[in-house]
Design a protein. Structure first.
Length: 363
């Protein structure tokens, strides 16, 4: 049994401790103790183990040091350059996850799962567990609009405005560059909404549920007849209204949560829309099933409806979404590839790969 020192005593460490508990059925390890740079924590107990200072590492009997923090690079540099720890003894919290997933899916006959496991070996970042690694060619310079008091980026020749809370950017030479605004729609991404069968056509009426940046609708704005943009975040709604100001004759906004009942904060699609629609894109942080249950009339009256519904937010959603759509008379199939969604609390105790999208269509 290997003996591990764990670096980190924050929220990430608490979550990865759950992985550690799960991984013991595949690969037992022993935790010697925790390390933290904060002197105020030294000597305290954390998850049943003592917290030590970095300078005490060499006094401990260990085989590996596992970094359970987001800032893996700087901690690794400190270990090697300041504390003299051999690189081969340093691991990342995601190494445990990689080993766990490999063991869990070792006997699978699903080639796409094997492809995912191979990609894990080439990436040392968290992005691979959600979509694909960050690509510099997809970075977009952020320009500040003084009149609207918000940043925008050029998106396919159009201005796409960003909420003030937007943080997914890097700074180069004093300029901000937004990342990942369309990367999840790469043709190889498991989060890709459309394909040759389920696609937005000219003259379509679409529903963009969970619009966020509005990139999906903006990408299709020139071909569609109308779009219902549903976004519950008020800051993003303000940005959406700025983005679609030139196309306001095509847009209806809704600043509520989608669900299977109506209230001051929620609304059913059946209550919001009284006409037939051609395409529904739905990415609403795990509320997809309730939203679909509140759209029975729409699916009934829309004879050629197509949809792309996110299925990775919660355990079992893929199966349940398929059941609902098939009950409404749609043929269903998943997007290609798998995702590991680190933001679902339950996934820490039940690590699993999930399909990103369930697509559906009527023939």
């Amino acid at each position: 049994m290997n003996r591990y020192i764990i670096w980190g005593t924050g929220v990430r460490a608490v979550n990865f401790y759950k992985f550690y508990e799960t991984s013991r059925q595949y690969q037992p390890i022993e935790i010697v103790g925790f390390i933290d740079n904060n002197p105020g924590k030294w000597g305290e107990m954390f998850l049943g183990n003592k917290i030590y200072s970095p300078q005490e590492i060499k006094k401990l009997n260990f085989d590996y040091i596992d970094i359970w923090m987001k800032d893996v690079g700087n901690v690794k540099k400190q270990l090697v350059e300041e504390l003299g720890i051999e690189e081969e003894k340093i691991k990342s919290c995601f190494d445990i996850l990689k080993d766990l997933l490999k063991k869990k899916y070792h006997n699978t006959e699903d080639d796409e799962i094997h492809d995912f496991l191979k990609i894990m070996d080439t990436q040392y970042t968290t992005e691979i567990f959600s979509y694909h690694p960050v690509r510099e060619d997809m970075e977009r310079e952020m320009v500040f609009d003084d009149n609207k008091a918000m940043y925008y980026v050029d998106f396919e020749g159009k201005r796409l405005y960003l909420a003030s809370s937007f943080q997914n950017y890097i700074v180069k030479d004093g300029k901000r560059f937004a990342r990942n605004l369309w990367q999840e729609q790469d043709e190889n991404s498991p989060h890709l909404y459309t394909d040759e069968i389920v696609a937005v056509k000219k003259g379509d009426i679409i529903v963009d549920a969970g619009a966020c940046e509005g990139n999906f609708t903006l990408h299709n704005i020139d071909k569609i007849k109308k779009a219902y943009l549903i976004e519950c975040d008020e800051e993003w709604m303000r940005a959406l209204q700025a983005t679609f100001e030139p196309y306001k004759d095509k847009i209806e906004f809704c600043n509520k949560f989608l669900s299977n009942y109506d209230s001051d904060m929620t609304i059913k699609l059946d209550s919001l829309i009284e006409e037939s629609v051609d395409f529904i894109k739905m990415d609403i942080e795990g509320e997809e099933i309730n939203a679909l249950l509140g759209a029975e009339k729409i699916f009934s009256r829309s004879s050629s409806i197509k949809c792309a519904v996110c299925s990775y937010h919660r355990h079992g959603d893929e199966k349940r979404i398929k059941e609902i759509l098939e009950k409404y008379g749609l043929y269903t199939y998943p997007s290609k590839g798998y995702m590991f969604f680190i933001y679902d609390d339950s996934i820490w105790e039940n690590p699993e790969l999930r399909r990103g999208i369930v697509r559906g269509y009527k023939r």
